[in-house]
Design a protein around this ligand. Sequence first.
Ligand code: ATP
Ligand code: MG
Length: 198
Amino acid sequence: MSTTKKRIIIVTGIPGVGKTTVLNKAADIARQDYTVEIVNYGSVMFETAVSSGFVENRDQMRLLPPEKQRKIQKTAAETITKKAEQGKLLIVDTHMLIKTPEGYLAGLPEWVVTTLEPDVIVLVEAEPESIFSRRSKDESRLRDKDSALEISTHQNLCRAAAITCSTLTGATVKIVTNKEGMVDKTAEELAVVLKGVN
Ligand code: ATP
Ligand code: MG
């Protein structure tokens, strides 16, 4: 499909599930045929938060007061929507629910998801035990030390939030399972979803 219509796919999944890893590979597959751009919502928020003097590193973001996080979120939604209006398929790498000390904060509240107007919302999921072990091994990030049960609850709540986003925007919700050691297979599955929207 060749059109100037805004096309956005939102790829979500709880921290450490492997979104960024899988998404980079899926985008490499897609780029053999057409242009895609990946935008990391957290990075756009981080740039805004640093320039406002709120944080110095990325993992401090989820510890900010929810009110500040919401303000930064809104600015990021507007920045990202402008990018999508440039015509290429935009993939937004983000979180459905952020664990803050005050409780879960919606990554895609109504005023973000209706600004972005995604075509598809992808939930990348994995076995809670796998996520637990990926978080423990990944030394590049300061990650939450949730139990497998807490990870499972977080994933279940993300499903509910995804369906709420679908209800608000008409986007479809696609669940992709990122099995242990199967990044390439998961990326291929995700590439099919991207192709369907392009
Ligand atoms: P965040 O939301 O915090 O950015 P993420 O979902 O983007 O996290 P990644 O940073 O992509 O997660 O991956 C977390 C870790 O899990 C990395 O060390 C990555 O190599 C590993 N990983 C990703 N997918 C798999 C897989 N299928 N099997 C084993 N390890 C994996
Ligand atoms: Mg990531």
